[in-house]
Design a binder for this molecule. Structure first.
Ligand code: MG
Length: 197
């Protein structure tokens, strides 16, 4: 099989790479796409701690306009970024009272719908959580299972590592970094049919 880059170049008589997506046939989508998401939230007393769609026992929760689920927010942005869609802040603006206290599962499901509409499925996700407390280890399996269920993948396709913010002076915050790999599963619903010659 020829590398994809060679096929794209062959499509161009002058042999140069296309400058924009519009210069290649709409039905020719990349077979894979990668997305990256980042988020951080501050710990605040008196609210539940939601991470990865589950509630953890802790004396503080993560503040935010929604439920503050730092991991689901980063996954949502990674999904949206992979298909070059508007980010979570653009789709669900904190200025909109509609999203006050919202379950972040809503955001993730909208991002996943957009991924599917674009013709992609999730291959795997890898996440790093950075927080001083609580310990994530005892909850990691439950978080991975929950995230896998939300994404429609097996739990062995959801990686989760937890680190403490040593040397960062960030003990009052939780941070999430996420990468996601998408694979092309069908033609995009938005893709125009190829013209017959
Ligand atoms: Mg957030």
């Amino acid at each position: 099989m020829k590398p994809r880059i060679a096929r794209i170049c062959t499509d161009n008589p002058d042999g140069r790479m296309p400058k924009t997506k519009d210069q290649r046939p709409a039905t020719e989508q990349p077979s894979t796409r990668i997305g990256y998401g980042f988020d951080s939230h501050e710990f605040r007393p008196g609210i539940p701690l939601k991470i990865g769609g589950i509630t953890l026992q802790h004396d503080m929760g993560l503040g935010g306009h929604s439920d503050g689920d730092v991991l689901l927010h980063a996954i949502t942005d990674a999904l949206l970024g992979a298909i070059a869609a508007p980010d979570i802040g653009a789709l669900f603006p904190p200025s909109d009272p509609k999203w006050k206290g919202a379950d972040s599962v809503i955001f993730l499901r909208e991002a996943l719908k957009r991924v599917h509409d674009a013709g992609y499925g999730v291959a795997n996700v890898d996440a790093s959580l950075i927080l001083a407390a609580p310990k994530i280890g005892p909850h990691a399996a439950a978080i991975r299972t929950r995230v896998a269920g939300l994404l429609g993948v097996h739990s062995d396709c959801v990686g989760l590592k937890a680190k403490t913010p040593e040397g960062l002076n960030l003990d009052n915050a939780a941070i999430a970094h996420v990468v996601v790999l998408l694979e092309n599963v069908k033609p995009s619903r938005k893709a125009a049919p190829r013209k017959k010659r």
